[in-house]
Design a protein around this ligand. Structure first.
Ligand code: PLP
Length: 361
């Protein structure tokens, strides 16, 4: 028997379930670039309905879905997008909106809860009819849940207010909703209501929902028509893509209801970690499936050493700074995995030998 493995690096690490594999094997497929894959068409129609938008488009990744969305909204050269300085689009997507799309990012500090001050958003909007030298603001982007802010949820009230600002100034609103279902479940707000104010939303299927590959962009019919052309330009048109959509369909059916369980496990684990001398968790930030904890001075292990020791016990985590580590829960982490991971972390931090309790009790 191999070593026990508990992979807490991300919710992107899940393996397709048996039901997903069966659906993939049996999927009816055809050439989606020619517009004739029935499984892709059915899945996209379902996603559009769930998200409360006119149309949807399956794309290979969250990065591509954000890139396409920003580029469609900012198709006129000299466009500017307002976005948080700690958001995924700005930090982790290779600056694609500028390098590929020629879109100018106007960053505004993200608050600890992932929001951006409404007054700062409004003050940052620039109209070229006022001054010759400004780029023209065309888009505002939000991220929900906000990954770098601990997986915190952006409320529907706040989203609506940003939508009102966008409308007032003739701008569009895009939501990077890589984990929008986590937000919907945690807030108790139907997902279509949560994104009602948005002109487009990017939804990842391969994160908390557990599908192996893919994201979906939703928006108006005319927006999705333009997005489809850009997807082809970027090499994201995929032929028998129904195989992937079939797995995503199962993810949507089976896994939205499991997210609450991930959130509960994250809260329990965060509470326990915060009680360990040498660790600190900002418990208010644990709203969904992510935990960021600080390894404080009282600890016997540095974050590097802790990651290494945990890996020796089959526990994979991500170091996010010189003092902090990130853990992400997903549907393939059991209660027993959580106990096992906690015991290993505690023992490593307190500098006591691992007691070999493989059941994690
Ligand atoms: C908030 C957020 N947006 C977008 C992405 C990009 O998704 P992908 O890895 O599928 O490109 C991620 C990935 O981790 C993410 O966390």
């Amino acid at each position: 028997m191999g070593m026990r493995k508990v992979d807490l690096r991300s919710d992107t690490v899940t393996k397709p379930t048996e039901a997903m594999r069966a659906a993939m094997a049996g999927a009816e497929v055809d050439d989606d670039v020619l517009g004739s894959d029935p499984t892709a068409a059915r899945f996209e129609a379902k996603m559009a309905k769930v998200m409360g938008k006119e149309a949807a488009l399956f794309v290979p990744s969250g990065t591509m879905s954000n890139l396409i969305s920003v580029l469609v909204h900012c198709e006129v050269r000299g466009s500017e997008v307002i976005l948080g300085d700690n958001c995924h689009i700005h930090i982790y997507e290779n600056g694609g909106i500028s390098t590929i799309g020629g879109v100018h990012p106007r960053t505004i500090p993200n608050n600890a809860d992932g929001t951006i001050d409404l007054a700062l958003i409004e003050a940052a909007i620039r109209h070229t009819d006022v001054d010759l030298y400004y780029p023209t603001t065309r888009l505002i982007c939000l991220e929900n849940t906000h990954a770098n802010c601990g997986g915190r949820c952006i409320s529907v009230e706040y989203t609506d207010k940003v939508g009102e600002i966008a409308k007032k100034h003739g701008l569009k609103l895009h939501i990077d909703g890589a984990r929008i279902f986590n937000a919907s479940v945690a807030l108790g707000v139907p997902v279509h209501r949560l994104v009602q104010a948005a002109d487009s939303v990017s939804v990842c299927l391969s994160k908390g929902l557990g599908a192996p590959v893919g994201s979906v962009i939703v928006g108006s019919k005319s927006f999705i028509t333009k997005a489809k052309r850009l997807r082809k330009t970027l090499g994201g048109g995929m032929r028998q893509v129904g195989i992937l959509c079939a797995a995503a369909e199962v993810a949507l059916r089976d896994n939205v209801g499991r997210l609450e369980d991930d959130h509960q496990k994250a809260k329990i684990l965060a509470d326990k970690l915060n009680e360990v001398k040498g660790l600190h968790v900002d418990l208010t930030s644990v709203e969904t499936n992510m935990i960021f904890f600080d390894v404080t001075k009282g600890s016997n292990a540095s974050p590097e050493k802790l990651c290494q020791t945990l890996e020796e016990h089959g526990i994979l985590v991500l170091q996010t700074s010189s003092t902090s580590i990130r853990l992400v829960l997903h549907h393939q982490i059991s209660e027993s995995d959580v106990h096992y991971a906690f015991n290993c972390i505690k023992q490593a931090v307190l500098g006591i030998g691992y007691n070999g309790d493989m059941n994690g009790n």
